[in-house]
Design a binder for this molecule. Structure first.
Ligand SMILES: [Mg+2]
Length: 247
């Protein structure tokens, strides 16, 4: 039975960060934005760099814990609120969430570049009649993430977007794959998942009965067998399972 839809991981599958600025530059920008945000909120703090670092470290710790345990997305605004509270900065959950997001250096500014064949491959699959969806782990979704996709030329009119922080679960949790299936009105056997992580993309998809293609990367799991392996996205267009099909 041919596939009707293709699900795509984003990081290191459709875009990469090889041209990302050095970590000091991220920190400089984050501190600058934290200072602006604190000014807007009328909060005096002598060290915006520490404010940005504390909120960000709390986010990373929460994310790591979630990945190691239940794969439920943390409430990052509440995590930021608690971290800032420990610095004596008393903000509402919403304000703390905004401050955290303001310090996030994303998209092209954060060094994201699409793989050169990404957009064309997606558009070719679309022309062949496949529904296309994202299934991505990220701590920030919303309009800003969509703008980052747009800037990278990856705004191809997705039929569904499963963003972990919006869905509430991280890959490889089955719920994020099921969310995408629901939105596409597809069954697992209708769908191919494409991603670079054996643990999150391949094992996660296969656990709910979705076939998975692995974009060869440093392996992050043992004993996981992708349905097939490729190196360049454009190779997908030669796969027999992904030829044009009757709707
Ligand atoms: Mg990835």
């Amino acid at each position: 039975m041919p596939f009707r839809a293709v699900l795509f991981d984003i990081g290191d599958t459709l875009w990469h960060s090889r041209g990302a600025p050095p970590v000091e530059e991220f920190r400089r920008l984050a501190a600058q934005r934290a200072a602006e945000e604190l000014r807007k909120l009328g909060v005096n703090h002598a060290d915006p760099a520490t404010v940005a670092r504390s909120a960000w470290t709390a986010l990373e710790d929460a994310m790591r814990r979630a990945r190691a345990t239940d794969l439920v997305e943390p409430d990052y605004a509440a995590v930021s609120q608690a971290a800032l509270g420990r610095l004596g900065i008393d903000l509402s959950r919403t304000q703390a969430g905004e401050l955290l997001e303001a310090t996030y250096v994303s998209g092209i500014e954060g060094g994201k570049s699409p793989y050169p064949d990404a957009r064309e491959t997606l558009l070719a699959l679309r022309r062949r009649g496949f529904l296309l969806a994202t299934v991505t782990n990220r701590a920030f979704g919303g309009e800003r993430f969509r703008a980052d996709l747009r800037d990278a030329g990856l705004d191809i009119g997705w039929d569904a977007e499963a963003v972990s922080v919006e869905v509430g679960y991280l890959k490889p949790h089955p719920a994020i794959f099921r969310f995408a299936l629901d939105r596409l009105d597809a069954r697992p056997s209708d769908v191919l998942m494409v991603g670079n992580s054996l643990a999150e993309d391949v094992a996660g998809a296969q656990a709910v009965g979705i076939a998975a293609a692995w974009k060869r990367s440093a392996p992050d799991a043992e004993g996981v067998r992708p349905d097939f392996v490729f190196d360049q996205l454009a190779e997908l267009l030669d796969r027999p399972e992904l030829q044009a099909h009757e709707p």
